[in-house]
Design a protein around this ligand. Structure first.
Ligand SMILES: Cc1cc2nc3c(=O)[nH]c(=O)nc-3n(C[C@H](O)[C@H](O)[C@H](O)COP(=O)(O)O)c2cc1C
Length: 191
């Protein structure tokens, strides 16, 4: 009888330990109510958009495209030429391309995934416009990007200075072909 009780207690302990380990697997941000998550992105040629859609699926968040008032043409994006629009904007610290429309109820969101392509090692200036358009105090921004090869780090110092009131999560660069399951792992591991 005594042996049975010991075995039973042992099994209960194992069950409790497994439960707490499982709870620990999920990051704090991953537990955020989906209605409080915004996935905002700018994408000129579709790569970042594809990643943003996967993040929205993984997190249950609301997808919002940061749309330029004046769309970028292929010519605007030709960065082998230093006189094209994107390149000129990136060189100009005061450039703030206008955004068409706005997030309808930014107050409703606690967590904002913010996605963009890397342009000349930095975030496109329209991301600066976006950050200056809202009050991010009390919100957590999780930046993500796509690029040819550059990492996200070089873009973050300036972005954080534009939205000092926000809490910034660590960012991540993805390739355009990242899988849904890799995105799920990242989203579920955020703390
Ligand atoms: C103006 C411009 C500048 C770019 N600069 C870089 C760069 O510095 N480093 C890099 O790895 N890729 C660079 N790229 C490539 C883009 O970051 C990459 O193609 C990205 O996935 C495009 O995302 P999108 O399709 O969402 O616009 C640049 C592209 C453009 C148009």
């Amino acid at each position: 009888m005594k042996k049975m009780v010991c075995i039973l207690i042992g099994m209960l302990c194992l069950f409790a330990a497994t439960l707490s380990a499982c709870a620990g697997d999920e990051g704090k941000l991953a537990g955020t109510d989906a209605s409080k998550i915004l996935v905002a992105y700018f994408s000129a040629t579709g790569n970042t958009e594809g990643v943003a859609e996967k993040i929205a699926t993984a997190s249950g968040g609301t997808l919002y495209e940061i749309t330029p008032k004046v769309p970028y043409t292929a010519e605007d994006l030709r960065y082998s030429d230093s006189s094209t629009r994107a390149t000129v904007e990136q060189r100009d610290p005061t450039a703030r391309p206008q955004i068409e429309g706005s997030v309808s109820d930014m107050d409703a969101f606690d967590v904002v995934y913010l996605g963009y392509p890397i342009w000349w090692g930095a975030a496109p200036k329209i991301i600066y416009t976006f950050l200056e358009s809202y009050d991010f105090s009390g919100k957590t921004i999780i930046p993500f990007c796509t690029s040819g090869s550059s990492g996200i780090e070089g873009s973050l110092v300036e972005l954080k200075a534009v939205a000092l009131a926000a809490t910034w999560g660590s960012g991540r660069r993805f390739s355009a072909t990242v899988s849904q399951s890799d995105i799920e792992d990242w989203v579920n591991g955020l703390i």
